[in-house]
Design a protein around this ligand. Structure first.
Ligand SMILES: *[C@@H]1O[C@H](CO)[C@@H](O)[C@H](O)[C@H]1NC(C)=O
Ligand SMILES: *[C@@H]1O[C@H](CO)[C@@H](O)[C@H](O)[C@H]1NC(C)=O
Ligand SMILES: *[C@@H]1O[C@H](CO)[C@@H](O)[C@H](O)[C@H]1NC(C)=O
Ligand SMILES: *[C@@H]1O[C@H](CO)[C@@H](O)[C@H](O)[C@H]1NC(C)=O
Ligand SMILES: *[C@@H]1O[C@H](CO)[C@@H](O)[C@H](O)[C@H]1NC(C)=O
Length: 218
């Protein structure tokens, strides 16, 4: 018995074989809240130096730690040239995305004030709960894009194609320029439609639809 105790003590006091990185999640507020460059990268480069002496318990602990530190941002990849870059939950104020192909790109909850999306291809992109105040979305292909809960105040949607886009949850279009925008099949609340019809004019150069007709204005 004593021998066994000595054996166990020496085993436990032995220098740990592994020193995996501390879960960075607890050391930082939230990996999502940090700009891409500052995110803890070490947590992802966790390698398992598997040897026969790894006990089941320590392996389980190791696995749970590695599960815990999996970068949540990895789950939010979009398409296009920025697909590998995380654009969700970021401050991208004033950033220039003009002319870019950003199909299905995820901009959920991002701050995109005064960002430039002029002529960008944003089919199916998500701007859910994003702040697009003063952003330039003119000439952009926004078919099927999600503007739910987004703030599109003072944005330039001139000649943008929003066919089939979503604007639920009190999306605010106050002060937006919608000259030539196409709102075909965009479900709008009565007060949103009323506001947009007050400022609607022009014809979309791509679809040939009159903005007022796509909004079903009288
Ligand atoms: C949208 O943004 C504008 C300008 O920052 C702000 O005044 C307004 O309150 C916001 N609207 C909503 C619904 O958040
Ligand atoms: C909006 O975009 C159109 C087309 O690019 C441009 O002619 C117009 O000056 C812009 N308006 C504002 C207020 O930026
Ligand atoms: C909206 O944009 C059009 C160009 O598409 C421009 O002619 C018009 O002056 C703009 N309206 C406002 C209120 O800025
Ligand atoms: C929508 O937002 C406006 C302010 O932009 C606010 O006055 C209004 O109460 C909101 N409506 C709903 C249904 O949340
Ligand atoms: C807008 O144009 C598209 C294609 O040109 C057409 O399918 C759609 O029905 C038009 N919308 C309206 C409201 O006429």
């Amino acid at each position: 018995m004593a021998l066994l105790n000595v054996f166990m003590c020496s085993k436990f006091s032995a220098k740990p074989r592994f020193s995996y990185p501390r879960p960075a999640v607890s050391a930082h507020p939230s990996p999502l809240a940090l700009p891409l460059k500052q995110r803890p990268e070490a947590s992802r480069k966790l390698t398992l130096p598997l040897t026969a002496s790894v006990s089941a318990a320590s392996l389980a602990a190791l696995l749970s730690v590695s599960l815990f530190v999996v970068d949540p941002a990895l789950a939010f990849k979009g398409g296009g040239p920025y697909g590998q870059e995380v654009t969700r939950g970021q401050d991208l104020t004033g950033k220039d995305f003009s002319g870019k192909t950003l199909i299905k790109q995820d901009f959920k909850t991002s701050i995109l004030r005064q960002a430039n999306f002029k002529g960008a291809k944003l089919l199916g992109a998500s701007f859910f709960d994003a702040d697009l105040t003063g952003a330039d979305l003119s000439d952009a292909d926004l078919r099927g894009a999600d503007f739910s809960l987004a703030n599109v105040t003072k944005a330039n949607l001139s000649n943008a194609n929003l066919e089939g886009a979503l604007a639920t949850g009190n999306t605010s279009f106050k002060g937006a320029n919608i000259t030539g925008a196409d709102f075909t099949d965009v479900p709008l609340r009565d007060d949103q439609r009323e506001y947009l019809c007050k400022v609607a004019d022009g014809m979309n150069p791509t679809t040939g639809n009159a903005t007022r007709e796509t909004l079903l204005c009288n």
